[in-house]
Design a protein around this ligand. Structure first.
Ligand code: AMP
Length: 228
C-alpha cells in the first residue's frame, strides 16, 4: 500500500511533487497547508484561529491540524493509501499519526537552504486550485494567471522574507528531528531535491517503487530445508 509522508523544508518542492505522484498512484494528496489555506479563505472558525500563526510562519496548534487530518484519513478514499505533504511537522504530530495509521515510506527532501529562499521568493500559487508556479522556472502561460482556472496568482504572505526566516527556523527546530524519528523506524528515504521538477520526480518515484514494508511482510519466508 502507498501510505507516504513527504518530509522537507518549505520550498523543497514537496507540493509540486506530491500533486503529480498522488495522481499517478491514485491516492489522495493531503496537504495540511492547502487545507488550512482553504479554511482561512472560507473564514471557518478553524481558519480564523489558524490565520495569525500561518502569516507569522509559525506552526498552527497541533489540535487544529490533527482535527483536519484525522477527518481526511477517515474518508473512504484514504483507505487505499495517501500522500501526506506538510504533516507531521513535529514529534507530537508524528506520534498522533502513528496512533491512527501505519506508514510505509517517508521521503525526505534534501536541499541547500540558499536555494529554498530563492524558490520561495519566486513562488506564486493559485488560491483556487493550489497549483504552484515559479516566476523563473515554471511561469504561468499568461502573466499572473493560473493556467488551469485563470484565477489571479498570489505571493503567499508567508513567502515573504521575514516569515521565510521563521519558517526555516521552525523547520530546523521542530520538523527536522522527525528524520531521526523515521530513520529509527526504517522508513526514511532521503531524496536530493535540487534540479528540475522532472529530475526530482524520477528520484522520488524510485524510492516509492521499492517494495513497501507491508508487501515484504506478505511474502512467505523461505522454507528451511531439514538438514540432511
Ligand atoms: P505549507 O503550505 O506546508 O508550507 O504550510 C503553510 C503554513 O501552514 C505553515 O507555515 C504553518 O503555519 C501551517 N501548517 C501547515 N501544516 C502544518 C502542520 N502539520 N502543523 C502545524 N502547522 C501547519
Amino acid at each position: 500500500m502507498h501510505r507516504i509522508v513527504f518530509l522537507g523544508p518549505p520550498g523543497a518542492g514537496k507540493g509540486t511533487q506530491a500533486a503529480t505522484l498522488a495522481q499517478e498512484l491514485g491516492v489522495p494528496h493531503l496537504s495540511t497547508g492547502d487545507l488550512l489555506r482553504t479554511a482561512v479563505r472560507e473564514r471557518s472558525p478553524l481558519g480564523i484561529e489558524a490565520e495569525g500563526y500561518m502569516r507569522a510562519g509559525r506552526l498552527v496548534p497541533d489540535d487544529l491540524v490533527l482535527r483536519l487530518i484525522r477527518e481526511r484519513l477517515a474518508r473512504p478514499e484514504a483507505a487505499r493509501g495517501f500522500l501526506l505533504d506538510g504533516f507531521p511537522r513535529n514529534r507530537a504530530q508524528a506520534e498522533a499519526l502513528e496512533s491512527v495509521t501505519a506508514i510505509d515510506r517517508v521521503v525526505a527532501f534534501e536541499i541547500d537552504p540558499t536555494l529554498l529562499i530563492r524558490r520561495l521568493g519566486d513562488r506564486r500559487v493559485c488560491p483556487i486550485c493550489a497549483t504552484v508556479y515559479n516566476l523563473t522556472t515554471r511561469p504561468p502561460k499568461v502573466d499572473g494567471r493560473c493556467d488551469l482556472d485563470q484565477a489571479p496568482l498570489v505571493h503567499r504572505p508567508d513567502d515573504r522574507p521575514e516569515a521565510i526566516r521563521t519558517r526555516l527556523e521552525v523547520y530546523r527546530e521542530e520538523t527536522a528531528p522527525l528524520e531521526a524519528f523515521y530513520r529509527e523506524r526504517g522508513l526514511l528515504r532521503p531524496v536530493r531535491a535540487d534540479g528540475t521538477p522532472g529530475e526530482v520526480a524520477a528520484r522520488v518515484r524510485s524510492v516509492v517503487a521499492e517494495a513497501t514494508p507491508g508487501e515484504t511482510r506478505t511474502t512467505s519466508p523461505p522454507t528451511k530445508r531439514p538438514s540432511q
